[in-house]
Design a protein around this ligand. Sequence first.
Ligand code: GLN
Length: 281
Amino acid sequence: MTISELKRSFLAELTKEYPCEEANSFFGLLTEAYLKMSRLQVALLRDKEVSDSDIAKFNSARERLLKHEPIQHIIGETEFFDLIFQVSKDVLVPRPETEELVQWILDDLQAEPKQIKILDIGTGSGCIAISLAKNLPDAEISAIDISAKALETAKLNAINNKVVINFAESNVLELEKLEQDFNLIVSNPPYVRELEKAQMHPNVLEYEPETALYVKDDDPLVFYRKIAGLAQKALKPGGKLYFEINQYLGLETEKLLQDYGFKTELRKDIYGNFRMLKGVK
Ligand code: GLN
């Protein structure tokens, strides 16, 4: 079977479940992962024969995609902030919105001393802490998560990306205080309300970790309140707190930070949704 025949049969099945563009992009990601070929090479070498073992890999990926398993789980890794991160069912797949939060932090730090202490709360795959570490070689970065399994993935990602992070297993909701002072605290905590599940896709609902995503409808800001309280004490004067937030709760979350005495700035993501919040102590 040639590459173009493989592509035709792959897309014929997948376009039953996905828009054409998305199915095409899956094929591109898989040819990169399995055949180590760029999109251009695939276009130029469309008559190249594909081995039986590679065809079997594509067939298995297609079956998994038809069940809406995330492409990142199938490939086992994804790109975030130009770095490669391993992912698994124990961590949230890094999202492009979160790259914008990292960029905001780095932009803000441009004019400031770089020897600072940073804490990432609910680090998951480690994508925020690790991309900050990569771009702030003089910073001392710690990261906590409630999930030991997530931390295993995060540690592996730190090693693969050649950065040092102080990881610790910890449930932020049970912390009475943070053990150290920090210049900067960042968090992308769970913020999806149960009532929002109706709008979510099966790849998230069925395959991503619930502890990383959901909060109760009657107290959706539980993590923000807890973290704001801890940060108010543990941040040095002028220290900054950055959050990824629920797009529907932008104003409430901003108000909460103001109630804790922070000066705030709310920002929208590339999709035009309120997604990031900064508080300055
Ligand atoms: N943005 C993620 C989603 O919509 C949620 C991330 C989170 O809960 N922190 O799937």
